[in-house]
Structures are given as C-alpha cells and as structure tokens.
Design a protein around this ligand. Structure first.
Ligand SMILES: Cc1cc2nc3c(=O)[nH]c(=O)nc-3n(C[C@H](O)[C@H](O)[C@H](O)COP(=O)(O)OP(=O)(O)OC[C@H]3O[C@@H](n4cnc5c(N)ncnc54)[C@H](O)[C@@H]3O)c2cc1C
Length: 479
C-alpha cells in the first residue's frame, strides 16, 4: 500500500531547502501540501488593509505555481498547494483524515500560541491514529541546541554568539532538497484553491501595498544584497543609505532559507558578511529566549523592573504614533513606518527609546503598535528589540544609557537626508537646524518658512528633563 503524508506549510513558504517537505518526500510515497489561513489570526488583525496579508497571498500564489511546476517537471499531471481557511486545529485533522495520510509534517514554530496550537493539532491527530512530526527549519539552532558550559540557556548575547559560531563550524548545516523527490508530490486536482483577498475579509489594497513577495522576490533581494554586503558593517546604521538586506520579511514568511543565507555569508566572508551573520544570530538568540521564557510575551524579562511606574499619556502616545513629536528623526521614522510598514533598525531603536525613555511610556504599548503594522513583524525579534531598548530585556541596553534623539540624528543622518526625504516641510532647513528645528529663532523660522508650532510641532518632551525622570524611575526600583 502506498503511504502518504500531508505537509502543512506555515512560515516556510518555499519549495526548496525545506526540512518538512524534504523529510516527507523521502519517507512517504505520496505527499500532499496545505496552507491554512488561520481565521483566529486574520480576525484579530486591526486593519482590513494589511500588507502582510497581501505579501502572504502573493507568496502562496507563487508557491502553488512552483509546486505545480515541480510536479510537472517530474512527469506528473500537476500538483500544488491546497489552501484552506479556518482554524488549523479543525482543518488539519479533518483534511489529514479525508486524505488518509499516515502523518502530518510541519516545520517548528517557537511562538507560544503556535506551540499551543500545534499541541492541539497533534492531540486531535493522535485520536484518529495520524502522526504529527515537526522539524527544525526556520533557525540554524533552536531550543536547547546551544547551551552554556553549565548546560543552561544563555542570557548574554556575546557568549551565545561565540557558542553558536562554534557549533556551526562543528556541525555544519544540513541541506533539504526537494526537486529530486518531486515525483512523490500528490496530484490533487480537487484541492481548495487560493481564495480572493476579499473572501478572506481583506481589501485588494493589501496586495497593492505589499512589497514584492515570494521566493523569486526573496532571491532577487538576496542577490542585490550580497552584491553590496562588504559595505554592510560600515553603512548599516545610516537610514538614508539603506544598507541592510531587507530580508526580514522573507525570513519571517520563509520565502528564503536561513541555511542558504548563512552558507552564502560564510562563502562570501569578510567583515561585512561576518557582521551580517551576527545579526542572524541575534534573530536566533531572541527565538531561543522566547522558547525558554515564553512569559516575556507581556512581561519584563528582568523581573526587578516589574515595579517600574510607567507614564500614562494617550495624547503623547498618539503624537509618537503619528510622527508629531517635534523630533524630526523620530517623526520621519514613524511617518515612513505608517506609510510603508517598514522601519530601519537604527530608527526602531531611536523611536522605541524615545517612547520608553523620553516619554516614559510602557514598552508594551510601542511593541503592540509595531506588531500591528510591521511588515516583518516577528514576535521574538520585536519583543526582544523593545525590551532591549527599554532595558527590561535579556542582555539589554543598561537603564542608565539613554539615547539622545538629536545626537542619534546628527550621527546617523548627518545631512538630514533621510529626514528631508520623509518630511518635506523640513526639506529646506539648514543642516544645523534639521535635527533640532525648535532651536531656530523667529528670524530663522521666518527665513526658512517653517514656524515651529504651526508648520512643524514644537517638541513634546524636553530630552534633558525626560532623561532625569527616566533615571529616577529606574533608580527607584534598582538602587
Ligand atoms: C524595537 C525593535 C523592534 C524590532 N522588531 C522586529 C520585528 O518585528 N521583526 C524583525 O525581523 N526584526 C525586528 N527588529 C530587528 C531589526 O530591526 C530588523 O530585523 C531589521 O531592521 C530588518 O532589516 P534587514 O532585513 O535589512 O536587516 P539586516 O540588517 O539585513 O539583518 C539581517 C537579518 O537579521 C535579523 N536581525 C537583524 N537585526 C536583528 C535584531 N536586532 N533582532 C533580531 N533579528 C535581527 C533579521 O531577520 C534581518 O532580516 C526589531 C528591532 C527593534 C530595535
């Protein structure tokens, strides 16, 4: 009798170097593929125009076609991806039973809600005698793969990173080819197809506003980036240069393989590639932290900060969200973010620091705002990033180190190129005022045509005073 399996795609929307698909194809005679639009996630999204859904939709369309192409290339009548809508806890066991598969295979997801969901799916499958196997795919090292000498999870990045690199050189990385085994893909002519975005409850604008999606866009983006990776170390902090890879959204949805990226970086070598590799290790560090400490979702990693008293200020929070703080670097970052779903790493640090240390607002409010809008939103990285900046996190910025937004602006956008590009009302300001326009006297405001309070907001916080308040807030709980 022919054995069969169902591969459940989640954040791994590609059909090359894919652990679950490779394992299923090499162990079973026939392999079906499915993706489920999880209605519990879709329904909770605050906007019906969501670029991430557009990105996901376009990536699924490409994956479906690519699986079909692989199957045809292997001499089959066609193949593809079944695309279901509903609760995976119900859809997956029902589909698996209807197809009569022996096993459901998926790549592991480390977020607490996903772990609960997978536990429920596994239990329901078990009731009907179907196996559920998961594989490591979205990271090089997961869970307990990299432990300290005392066999404990690391809480400091530098030794974790060193151990990670050592483990990489010791163990190498597996490859999970798909194409050579494509003849085992199932031909499922009756499968459910990709629904229209509107049927999912989202506007077609979601697709129009999404960046290029799918494996092909990831490959193009990655090729472009590797062509300039030498400059990464030197240029990555300057938002106007945009020297990062911009692969975060592809890593989030798995339209690119982390193993392939690490292999390419190692092959390339040099300072830029080494520095970039370290960023990929940060990604795994936060995944590891989330796995070992799922309570960080909503809680400070460092419990001693639980008694911090944050400020409640809906008006100032709204000014931050809308880019009306009077600090050009913060406002430009937030306005670009609201318009595109993208924010440069340095600006994520600057805006998060402004919210938590200049406005004294709880990091959880900013984290939620980012989570709702970031194209590359990833729970582990976003939570880790926010807690790093707020100083409540694991191996975080010390609480007494507080970014000065104007200094950050002068350092990382010296000519104000980024600011001018996003805030046209400030485009004509001379270099010495672009970072602190409130310092212009009346004559200068007249000359530049920018009246503070009329054409551009007056600062909503005085950094020097805010800094002292923050130092007091933290000192009260730690000293
Ligand atoms: C407050 C805050 C919130 C953040 N939220 C997210 C988020 O939701 N999703 C997300 O992917 N990253 C997040 N980051 C990390 C970082 O800002 C982005 O990964 C990076 O800006 C993406 O751009 P890139 O792909 O050009 O990165 P590159 O500089 O090219 O880095 C390569 C990859 O490494 C990973 N990476 C880089 N820096 C970090 C980091 N500090 N922590 C974890 N992974 C990292 C990303 O996957 C990134 O694509 C956040 C950082 C901060 C300070």
């Amino acid at each position: 009798m022919r054995s069969s399996a169902l591969v459940w795609f989640r954040r791994d929307l590609r059909c090359f170097d894919h652990a679950a698909l490779h394992h299923a194809l090499t162990r079973f005679d026939q392999v079906h593929c499915v993706f489920v639009f999880d209605t519990s996630i879709l329904d909770a999204l605050p906007s019906r125009v969501d670029r991430r859904i557009g990105f996901l939709w376009a990536s699924l369309r490409e994956l479906d076609e690519a699986l079909d192409g692989l199957a045809r290339g292997a001499g089959l009548a066609g193949g593809g991806l079944a695309i279901e809508v509903g609760l995976p806890q119900e859809v997956i066991p029902r589909l698996a039973a209807a197809l009569g598969v022996a096993c459901v295979c998926a790549n592991r997801d480390y977020e607490p809600a996903a772990r609960t969901r997978d536990g429920q799916v596994a239990a329901r499958l078990e009731e009907v005698g179907i196996g559920f196997e998961t594989f490591k795919d979205q990271v090089i090292f997961e869970c307990d793969d990299v432990l300290s000498g005392a066999r404990r999870p690391y809480s400091i990045f530098t030794p974790y990173c060193a151990a990670w690199m050592k483990a990489l050189h010791r163990q190498g990385m597996p490859e999970y080819p798909v194409a050579p085994h494509a003849a085992r893909l199932a031909v499922d002519p009756g499968r459910s197809r990709l629904p229209e975005l509107t049927r999912l409850g989202f506007s077609d604008e979601s697709l129009k506003r999404a960046p290029p999606a799918g494996m092909s866009a990831a490959r193009d983006q990655s090729e472009r980036f590797f062509g300039r990776i030498e400059r990464y170390k030197v240029e990555r902090d300057f938002p106007a240069l945009d020297a990062g890879s911009r692969l975060s959204v592809h890593l989030r949805f798995g339209t690119i393989s982390i193993r392939q990226l690490v292999r390419n970086a190692l092959r390339h070598g040099g300072e830029g590639a080494q520095c970039w590799l370290t960023e990929l290790v940060w990604r795994e560090f936060y995944q590891m932290i989330l796995w070992h400490h799922p309570r960080v979702v909503g809680e400070n990693y460092r419990r001693e900060f639980d008694s911090l008293v944050w400020e409640r200020s809906p008006e100032r929070f709204a000014a931050w969200c809308e880019g009306r703080t009077g600090y050009p670097i913060v406002d430009a970052a937030m306005r670009q973010f609201n318009a595109t779903g993208w924010m440069h790493n340095r600006l994520r640090m600057v805006t998060a620091s402004f919210l938590t240390k200049d406005l004294g607002i709880d990091w959880r409010e900013g984290e939620r705002y980012f989570a709702d809008r970031l194209l590359d939103y990833d729970l582990a990285a976003n939570n880790g990033g926010w807690q790093w900046v707020a100083s409540t996190g694991c191996d975080a910025q010390p609480w007494f180190r507080i970014f000065n937004p104007a200094t950050q602006s002068r350092r990382f956008d010296p000519e104000g190129l980024f600011i001018r590009g996003v805030l046209p009302e400030l485009a004509a300001l001379p270099r010495r005022f672009i970072h602190e326009p409130w310092k212009m006297n009346a004559a200068m405001q007249e000359r530049t045509g920018v009246a503070i309070g009329r054409d551009y907001p007056a600062p909503i916080a005085n950094h020097a005073l805010a800094r002292l308040r923050t130092l007091e807030r933290f000192a009260r709980v730690v000293l």
